[in-house]
Design a protein. Structure first.
Length: 291
């Protein structure tokens, strides 16, 4: 049995990971919620973790609002960089395994640099991306980094995601402007959770596969598409009005928004253990489960 302690277990991605791991007798899970541990307080982190019994620490707690991070730079840095450093140092002091959830936003998204694999050079263009990259730098060589991209799921009451947000706006008859000259990789959160299940059993069990030793994994969908096509696929899947989606360019759209990587075509060479679905294929299978 693998004993896991984790932060962020009540979030959009984390709560699904909790659901999948708790259903598997190979794992024993301890959730550390925000009200139980302030990751920005080094003393609080060390005092909270010292009495916990775990083999692996999964760190998901993060500041994730990309636009607000450009305004609340200090807050984003304190949570994503200083908070990660505090948790990692405590876990490392205890000589336990550390897994850090990161993002495709650590890359610049320049077309000449794409696609982006695990060994591609990070070069973030937003403050959010910078804070997540700094978090990676803290643990690089001493832990495992998991990068994910544009996560979505069928049901979560506490926070919307990109698919359910677009669906909701279209249902309200609102016009959307979406980019044609850009690429994103939407990723079904269930796939992320099941992939982590397999990864943990392969890498961190009592008899780990010693030939399996990458330290960075991209757990992302298998289909890179433009945001404009992404919106149209959603509209078509749910029988909504595709004419509400209007095309625009990357430069025009990001005149007033925090920039995202333009060609976020993120792929994996390390993930040879779980098949991640493409967006168009996945949405057609799960559309009736959305709430």
């Amino acid at each position: 049995m693998i004993r896991i302690a984790m932060t962020g277990g009540d979030g959009l991605v984390g709560s699904k990971i909790v659901e999948i791991l708790k259903a598997d007798e190979n794992f024993n899970l301890t959730l550390i919620l925000e009200q139980q541990m302030d990751i920005t307080s080094r003393d609080n982190v060390f005092n909270t973790l010292k009495d916990l019994n775990f083999d692996l620490f999964l760190h998901l707690a993060a500041y994730t609002n990309v636009d607000k991070a450009e305004i609340e730079k200090e807050k984003a840095w304190k949570i994503n960089v200083e908070g990660t450093r505090n948790v990692f140092d405590a876990v490392n002091f205890m000589n336990k395994n550390f897994v850090y959830i990161s993002t495709d936003f650590v890359f610049d998204g320049k077309k000449q640099n794409s696609p982006f694999f695990e060994d591609s050079k990070p070069n973030p263009i937003s403050h959010y991306g910078l804070t997540k990259y700094e978090g990676e730098r803290i643990i690089k060589g001493k832990g495992t980094i998991i990068r994910i991209s544009y996560p979505y799921r069928t049901n979560f009451n506490n926070k919307t995601d990109i698919v359910r947000n677009i669906r909701s706006l279209l249902e309200q008859g609102k016009q959307l402007t979406m980019i044609t000259d850009s690429l994103i990789v939407p990723t079904f959160i269930d796939d992320i959770a099941y992939a982590l299940n397999k990864l943990f059993r392969k890498k961190f069990n009592q008899k780990p596969d010693l030939n399996f030793n990458p330290e960075i994994f991209h757990l992302v969908g298998s289909q890179a598409i433009s945001p404009y096509d992404f919106g149209n696929i959603i509209a078509k899947a749910f029988g909504l009005d595709e004419s509400l989606i209007k095309p625009t360019t990357y430069e025009e759209y990001f005149k007033t928004n925090a920039k995202r990587p333009q060609f976020s075509d993120i792929k994996s060479r390390s993930n040879n253990f779980y098949k991640m679905g493409g967006f168009e294929e996945t949405i057609s299978k799960i559309k009736n489960n959305f709430k």
